[in-house]
Design a protein around this ligand. Structure first.
Ligand code: N01
Length: 574
């Protein structure tokens, strides 16, 4: 199983042979700021810290190149579901003017090329160590330093630690008995081999029907001799209606980029979607159907803003869900398959809505079949395939599209310790706790880009990344100018933010689905709605207010004039 995601044990260094002398520990490198990750969050953080603030900053990246999500997720059909013209950086007008997007929704190779272009243009690579996973980060309170160790034996000291780990980077595959004995190939969508996988003429299994599975299925169906899809929960998916962007369309966006970006920044999702005409109850039945019809035919995420209260009101939500259910029954010819593919017991968009290109249509093909594993889970992987309910299905290739330990997994899989040895996995045992989703009490000078408790995954990630990185680096600039050695979120401020995140979520329907937003896809993970559902625009206002008031909710430890930091706390006025 060469391409399954690394688990915790994969991060434990392989034992040395008894005869080999222990490797000499290299001297720690001293930095102002260490960045973990060179996806879009890490790249922008590195640029701001190094080029705007003039700090010695360096990033460490497990992959051999930039791009994060788009470096790893190379499965057939991988494509972004935020429109390409908005899924890009806005901080540099020249950059956004010079890059040309070819399609309404960019495919993985194009987004990766864009990330590489940005890395070259900003000369970022000289400040990134690739192929290096940070295995531990411990805070030394006496020296106000983060001490990092990597899986390649490097040791690094940094005053600030900026984690840009990605919300969906800790891939997971279920532990199914017999997997090790499978004689064919096994791959995970999030660790797809760079050289590609030859699926032509093969018998292929796809396990999992979230966004990754739904994108991969139609593409794999075109290649495989036979594709069998193992579905536990049917997801709602809406047509993407992807298409090439015309030159006129793109030029129009480019001419108006600054104003469009400004408008997008002031929305809840960081994207320009058609605003809803009102709540479902404000419209007649004919108007509601026409609205859903229009959005379905336009394609894209705008479908879920058909009604202002779609995510808050059950009746409103059911109207939209029923519309999708009808489209499934209309598209899929075999009534039993259609029924299995139809989500029945949770509101639409409470599991992340998917965008597809020909997903339901794929089940009309002779070479595609669907196996529900809802009531009868996969029993075991046999040497030649998958056993469900006593029936053996034979395969050459098994593809896990089984998702991620979302939002927290990348943190808890790392040995991350704050003051007094406080461990992040312990601190977050009952669910993640962070102030504004950006800082964690007990972990001074740690800043989490799109961390849990921030809008992140409910928005256009690029818009959220820019907002977070701008705020974090402005704050670091403030700390530098004020002679502060360590800034730490106060427990009380963190508690009230966590309560606010939960309170906002309680007004929505999100808790009604067993989603990764809720941690429900990971055995033993607490059921807590992790992102902030109040909208990027309101979130930005709250962050800006906190900055303008001198950062209430943080405790500041002053630098001593010489040597170690003073214990005196500089507490900003509220
Ligand atoms: O992962 P998922 P994903 N036996 O967790 C199933 C982003 N993304 O990689 O629903 C059988 O959504 C599981 O079943 P269930 C996007 O935010 C974006 O697809 O838990 N099945 C589910 O069907 C997305 O939401 C893009 O019952 C098992 C599937 O595996 C997020 O990433 C593209 C199982 C996992 O679905 C994650 O998407 C791709 C088992 N033992 C991803 N265990 C775009 O931009 C799990 N499953 C378009």
């Amino acid at each position: 199983m060469p391409h399954l995601p690394p688990n915790q044990s994969a991060q434990i260094p392989a034992p040395r042979s008894p005869s080999a002398p222990p490797p000499a520990a290299p001297e720690p490198v001293r930095l102002d700021a260490a960045v973990i990750g060179a996806g879009f969050g890490g790249m922008y953080a590195l640029h701001r810290l190094r080029d705007r603030l003039g700090l010695t900053a360096h990033a460490f990246e497990a992959g051999d190149g930039v791009g994060g999500t788009w470096y790893w997720n190379r499965y057939p059909g991988a494509r972004c579901d935020a429109e390409s013209v908005f899924y890009s950086y806005s901080f540099d007008e020249d950059l956004q003017q010079e890059w040309v997007w070819s399609e309404r929704y960019a495919a993985q190779p194009e987004i990766l090329s864009y990330a590489e272009h940005v890395a070259d243009r900003l000369d970022l690579r000289r400040s990134i160590t690739f192929g290096t996973r940070v295995s531990s980060a411990h805070y030394d309170e006496d020296r106000c330093l983060w001490l990092l160790a990597t899986d390649t034996g490097r040791r690094v000291e940094a005053r600030y630690l900026v984690t840009a780990l990605g919300c969906l980077s800790a891939a997971q595959a279920p532990g199914i008995d017999g997997l090790d004995g499978f004689l064919g190939e096994v791959h995970h969508t999030a660790h797809w081999p760079h050289e590609g996988v030859d699926l032509s003429g093969k018998r292929v299994a796809v396990i999992g029907t979230g966004s990754s599975g739904i994108q991969a299925v139609p593409e794999i169906a075109n290649l495989a001799e036979h594709l069998t899809v193992f579905q536990r929960t049917p997801h709602y998916t809406v047509p993407a209606r992807n298409r090439p962007l015309t030159e006129e369309e793109f030029d129009d966006v480019r001419d108006r980029y600054p104003e469009l970006r400004e408008e997008a920044r002031d929305t809840a999702v960081g994207l320009l979607l058609d605003p809803p005409p009102g709540n479902a109850a404000d419209l007649t039945e004919t108007e509601r159907t026409a609205e859903l019809e229009r959005r379905w035919h336009r394609g894209g995420l705008g479908f879920i803003s058909a009604f202002g209260d779609l995510l808050m009101d059950e009746t409103s939500n059911t109207i939209a869900a029923d519309y999708v259910r009808e489209r499934i029954r209309e598209t899929v010819r075999d009534p039993r398959t259609a029924e299995l593919l139809t989500p029945a017991d949770y509101p639409i968009a409470t599991k992340r809505i998917c965008l597809d290109t020909g997903y339901y249509e794929a089940f009309n093909r002779e070479n595609v079949s669907l196996v529900s594993v809802r009531d009868t889970p996969i029993e075991r992987i046999t040497p030649t395939g998958v056993r469900v309910d006593g029936t053996d299905h034979e395969f050459d290739v098994i593809v896990f599209a089984t998702g991620f330990d979302a939002m927290t997994g990348a943190y808890t899989r790392m040995d991350l310790r704050g003051r007094d040895g406080r461990r992040i996995d312990e601190e977050w045992r009952a669910g993640p706790r962070a102030y504004l989703g950006v800082a964690v009490s007990g972990f001074p000078n740690l800043f989490t880009v799109t961390g849990p408790g921030s809008p992140s995954v409910l928005t256009n990630m690029m818009a959220s990344i820019e907002q977070h990185v701008d705020w974090i680096t402005d704050y670091i600039d403030h700390l530098e100018r004020s002679g502060v050695a360590a800034a730490e979120a106060e427990e009380e401020a963190q508690d009230s933010w966590v309560a606010h995140v939960a309170e906002v979520a309680s007004h929505t329907l999100y808790s009604r689905a067993g989603s990764w937003y809720m941690g429900a896809n990971v055995e033993g993970k607490p059921r807590v709605f992790m992102p902030y559902a109040g909208g990027l625009n309101l979130y930005r206002q709250q962050c800006d207010r906190i900055a303008s008031q001198g950062y209430p909710g943080f405790t500041h430890t002053a630098k001593r004039s010489r040597g170690n930091p003073s214990r005196k706390h500089l507490r900003p006025a509220r």
